[in-house]
Design a protein around this ligand. Structure first.
Ligand code: G1P
Length: 308
């Protein structure tokens, strides 16, 4: 008897991935006076390239970067630089050449400008006009968040294919951290094959620890139904006087739109502040053959530890 092999169907993420990158990066001043935060290197690769690579690997075809005035460099990073490539080629620097060619080769990159700093929800709303009529969902990746290992977006897309609506990524945070996040009110899905899939009953942006409905926090990865744009038009300014993506998702839930989370159990870095950014850089460098061994030796010495 010949048995047919069953292969797990891959569900790609929506065609368009949105990366909001319009913020001023105030926590990184003075560096961000002239260098956009999203271009600061994690070892040698800008954070936004890591996020773009994640979207491409998950099946995204187009990246829409939401920028603001003065941040042209973010999009320029994804434009082929033939002069630089020519120089590297002439000098036989093939490894560098591959590195320089990677970002422009990942996926098609476009941009929209958010003219006023009205928040994450407003930034996402700015891409609506760029979508084709047949696009019923978008992926959103916040470039401050590195969610590792990659792959959660594919799981989220699979959950959307099965359960409809919108799907977000959650991480479990400590009570003292919860007020920095969008936080989910969740319940178990009885028939979920994956215990990390939870149904979302509500969502609140940056609650006080005592008001937080759970310790499940939004971790910067979203697969959002196109209905989000209508909801974004209807929400009022929320926390910080900004149009919050969280509030639009909460509105959709109230109106019966299915929203689920996939709880990510791996690691996550927050590139949004210098402390988190440094941890990410050290973590990535330790994994590298070129910098890892010496960095490890130095850290051990610097911290007065003994090598295991
Ligand atoms: C944003 C979102 C928040 C989310 C967080 C993840 O907040 O508004 O819901 O939990 O990203 O990093 P921000 O960190 O931009 O203040």
């Amino acid at each position: 008897m010949v048995c047919a092999m069953t292969t797990q169907a891959q569900v790609p993420i929506p065609r368009t991935a949105v990366v909001p990158a319009a913020g001023m990066g105030t926590r990184f001043l003075p560096a961000t006076k002239t260098v956009p935060k999203e271009l600061l290197p994690v070892v040698d690769t800008p954070g936004i390239e890591l996020v773009a690579a994640e979207a491409a690997e998950a099946g995204g075809q187009r990246l829409i970067i939401v920028t603001s005035e003065g941040k042209d460099g973010v999009v320029a990073h994804f434009v082929q630089d033939l002069i630089l490539e020519g120089k590297l080629e002439a000098r036989g620097k093939h490894v560098m050449l591959e590195k320089v060619r990677r970002a422009p080769g990942l996926l098609k990159v476009e941009s929209v400008v958010q003219s006023e700093p009205l928040g994450l929800g407003h930034a996402v709303g700015c891409v609506e006009d760029k979508l084709d009529d047949d696009e019923d969902a978008i992926a959103v990746l916040l470039p401050d968040d590195l969610v590792l290992p990659t792959g959660v977006l594919e799981t989220m897309s699979k959950v959307r294919a099965k359960r409809g609506g919108s799907v977000l990524c959650a991480i479990e945070v400590k009570p003292e951290e919860v007020s920095a996040y969008g936080v989910f009110d969740v319940e178990v899905v009885p028939d979920a094959a994956n215990p990390n899939v939870l149904k979302v009953l509500g969502m609140v942006e940056k609650p006080k620890a005592e008001d937080a409905p759970s310790l499940y926090a939004a971790a910067g990865r979203y697969v959002l139904d196109r209905k989000i744009f209508d909801a974004l038009r209807r929400v009022k300014k929320g926390v910080g006087g900004e149009i919050q993506l969280t509030d639009a998702i909460a509105l959709l839930i109230e109106e019966g739109h299915p929203v689920h989370v996939v709880v990510h159990r791996g690691s996550r870095h927050d590139l949004g502040n210098p402390g988190g950014y440094l941890k990410a850089a050290v973590d990535f460098a330790l994994e590298r053959d070129d910098y890892g061994p010496e960095l490890r030796r130095w850290l051990v010495e610097r911290l007065g530890l003994s090598e295991r």
